[in-house]
Design a protein around this ligand. Sequence first.
Ligand code: NAD
Length: 507
Amino acid sequence: MSTTARHAAGIRVSELVAPDLVVTAPSGTGEETILRAPWDGAELARIPTTTPDDLERVLDRARTAAAGFRWTPAWRRSAILEGTSRLIEENAEQLARLIAAEGGKPLKDARVEARRGASTFRWAAEEAKRTAGDLVEMDADPGGEHRFGWTIREPRGVVAAISPFNFPLNLVAHKVAPALAGGNAVVLKPASNTPLTALRLAELLAEAGLPDGTLQVVVGPGRTIGAKLVTDERTDMVSFTGSPPVGRQIASDAGMKMVTLELGNNSATIVDEDANLDLAVQRVVAGGFANSGQICISVQRVVVHQAVYDAFMERLVPAVAALKVGDPLDETTDVASLINEGETERVKGWIEEAVDQGATLATGGVDADGRLRPTVLTDVTRDMKVCAREVFGPVLSILRARDLCEAIEISNDSEMGLQAGVFTNDLNKAMYAARRLEVGGVMINEVPTFRVDHMPYGGIKGSGIGREGVKYALREMTELKMVAFREMDWQTGGTPTDACLREPLGP
Ligand code: NAD
């Protein structure tokens, strides 16, 4: 008997993930698509897709939900988010298996993602209670006398959240949780390869008390379903995380609508001459190969000071060669497959091209079974695709720098600018690099892959617009409204006096 089947009450998920798991279906009456595991092609579930007619109903419903949810008090929004965080923790192992199965993410990385998903919702529960605005000193400017001013934050309305495959839980959380904290309704379109985790999360939110229709999940192709969410006037904001070409398309299609874009990077890590090399190697291996390099802040370019280049490489190459490639559902796997065959072929092609252009394969490449191994390339040049573009695969390129100045110049030689890392024990160099690196975040004695979920996170240049990180996303997802209150004399109704003493105010 097939391990999956359409279930009257929802989607039955393969026993590979969990026994008897049935997930509520999306708002879709369209054809079922078969969801397959990237690692071995096993059938995981059959997912009904959202048709254009379904989407019309979803958008109408979202507007109704938004009109109600905006008046839900902060304490209740906070309680729903806190409850969701608890439910994610209680279901963490199941969520991790879903992430590993549909996203191909090694289970140990998927468990970290599940824990972080709970943390993102807990931060949103906190931030839902901290949306107070500022007091404005109105009389600091002539003409502002006898006025009190303050700002309030109001929900934008309906947030269209469009998410990528590589963090099926936590990147969805980074959109849904702050949007709800701010009082918005959400229509979520997860990546077509990873809808199950998002659907399970929607169930947990409902269980935590989220009113019907406040979060709706739609499933279908980005170019139709996603594009409609961007242009339809029933959505008030687009929060997008994904690839740079799609991000650019969304920015041009969205018109006057608020848009935040979290896009790609070819993250640089500088290893300076006085760095702790053991720490640098350990972190570069973790940051370069977690989720098989499919993280927007994966270490991609490592820029090493010439004085420590050989010592760094002697440590790095064996550490990368020792990584275990295997089934993501195996507890001991470090690196699994990429999300699909097309991506694997693309990355293999880029490695081959780099080698043809003069790069040296220090370790990795393609093994006897045709599998892509964790790869380190040396003798690369900046214009090779493996350096200049986002690899989004298990490939490190090592560049040599004369000194810190050249290392910073190489790092900044990029169309993108999300995060960068610097390993140095010299405080002044660290400070200098922090100011000179053209990115949204600089990590000192850490790789660019580092992130905790409450820190501001986002890129400059081609890496995007706006910031995530719950408190910062909440600002993007709410409108700032100014209230100016003119004081009137409560006895005469004119310009205020000290009414009780019947004297003018002030000198
Ligand atoms: P993708 O751009 O192919 O897809 C992302 C989402 O956009 C999916 O849900 C997809 O269906 C949808 N989409 C596709 N075309 C669309 C269109 N025309 N209109 C509206 N929606 C559309 O990205 P992916 O392959 O899923 O993810 C990998 C990319 O995401 C990488 O480039 C990576 O760097 C980036 N990423 C960035 C961050 C960040 O925070 N900066 C985080 C994770 C991933």
